[in-house]
Design a protein around this ligand. Structure first.
Ligand code: AKG
Ligand code: FE2
Length: 255
């Protein structure tokens, strides 16, 4: 029995030391090849759906937020990540939601939320989930290419990048020779929407985690849970809870 949280094909340095073989080492090849790829030097492709707001928080704010985050215990997650969740308990496969464990987003996110609404791309953004992820080089943290769920989560994925720079890698299964590398600079906020959200998968390579990184991802509801949708009532309840900003991380209630 491994002492980490990785299931199935996922690995981190802990379970690899115990003999588990990393499945996705092909990523390393893609990365190396890409630096010599002709498209990297000359041509470009249009790539809509990414907005980066540099210096969204100041160094002082980064320190305060980081201190608050580290006052809450993390839960081990897959591929060497650790996480703190503020949101409903979700069974994505069965499309089921439970709100009773959700107490809202944490207090420190209130001012971040208000500031987001100052930017046109996030004018009407209402987050109903916050996930704080910690990546470290020691644990070999990474996240495999994936889509965020489409049933529950809406158009915009919003991430605040803290403590170090990294790279978001965008890939498309039908174009295996193309990787789009999006800079995740320290203290920037990235908004992923449109084709970058709906057509391209996103992930982070282990090699791109060179120092501890904290990512705070905020998600909004899909149209199914918004005002005209069939689950609007549940959606409104979720928004009310989220915006109380009295949240305790899910799974840490007794702490
Ligand atoms: O760490 C990040 O910036 C991305 C995390 C992510 O894609 C996710 O949690 O779904
Ligand atoms: Fe994601």
């Amino acid at each position: 029995m491994s002492s980490c949280s990785c299931k199935g094909i996922r690995t981190c340095i802990t379970c690899e030391k115990e003999g588990k073989i990393p499945f996705l080492d092909l990523q390393q090849t893609a990365w190396t090849d890409f630096s010599n790829h002709p498209n990297h030097e000359g041509d470009f492709i249009l790539y809509p759906g990414i907005e980066i707001i540099h210096n969204f928080v100041s160094p002082d704010e980064e320190r305060e937020i980081t201190e608050k985050i580290y006052q809450t215990p993390f839960v081990d997650s897959q591929s060497g990540r650790r996480k703190q969740d503020y949101g409903p308990k979700v069974n994505f496969k069965r499309k089921k939601l439970k709100c009773d464990v959700f107490t809202g987003l944490p207090d420190f996110s209130h001012s971040l939320y208000k500031r987001m609404n100052d930017y046109p791309v996030l004018k009407d953004f209402i987050p109903v989930e916050q996930c704080n992820l910690e990546y470290t080089q020691e644990r070999g943290s990474a996240i495999d290419p994936h889509f965020d769920d489409f049933w529950l989560w809406g158009e915009r994925l919003v991430t605040l990048n803290l403590l170090s720079d990294s790279v978001l890698c965008m890939t498309k299964d039908d174009s295996p020779d193309i990787e789009i590398h999006v800079p995740l600079t320290r203290r920037s906020l990235i908004v992923v929407y449109g084709p970058a959200r709906n057509i391209w998968k996103h992930g982070i390579h282990r090699n791109d985690i060179t120092q501890t990184r904290l990512a705070i991802t905020f998600r909004e509801l899909s149209s199914e849970f918004q005002s005209q949708g069939p689950s609007a009532k549940l959606g409104q309840d979720l928004m009310d809870i989220a915006l109380s900003f009295k949240g305790v991380a899910v799974g840490n209630k007794a702490v």
